[in-house]
Design a protein around this ligand. Structure first.
Ligand code: FE2
Length: 107
């Protein structure tokens, strides 16, 4: 990733304050997505029901973190929030509409 320790390694510009926070939140969101996929891979790769159940619970905790971080990003990144609000493909994303949809890891 281009950003580490508050510095943009491409330009050398040091980020701080809200800008740095938004970079970290985006990195954290990416980490949560990676964690969800990793847990799902492990769930799919093991045949012991008790372990599957525990890992599924942890995977769903990561989904909660992803939602919390995404909402945090929306609160502090006005442009990102507008993109969510103006997303023309967002139909069916309301909870009641998405309830019957597919999710990673129904197991
Ligand atoms: Fe997490």
């Amino acid at each position: 990733m281009a950003y580490e320790n508050g510095e943009n390694k491409v330009s050398g510009y040091k980020t701080e304050g809200l800008e740095q926070f938004l970079i970290w939140v985006r990195e954290d969101i990416a980490g949560e997505i990676g964690a969800i996929d990793n847990y799902q891979y492990h769930i799919d790769s093991i045949d012991i029901p008790e372990i599957k159940e525990i890992l599924s619970h942890i995977r769903d905790d990561e989904k909660e973190h992803l939602a919390e971080l995404t909402n945090l990003l929306r609160r502090f990144d006005a442009t990102q929030n507008l993109k969510f609000e103006n997303d023309h493909f967002a139909g069916g994303t309301k909870s009641e509409e998405a309830a019957g949809g597919f999710t990673v890891g129904n197991a």
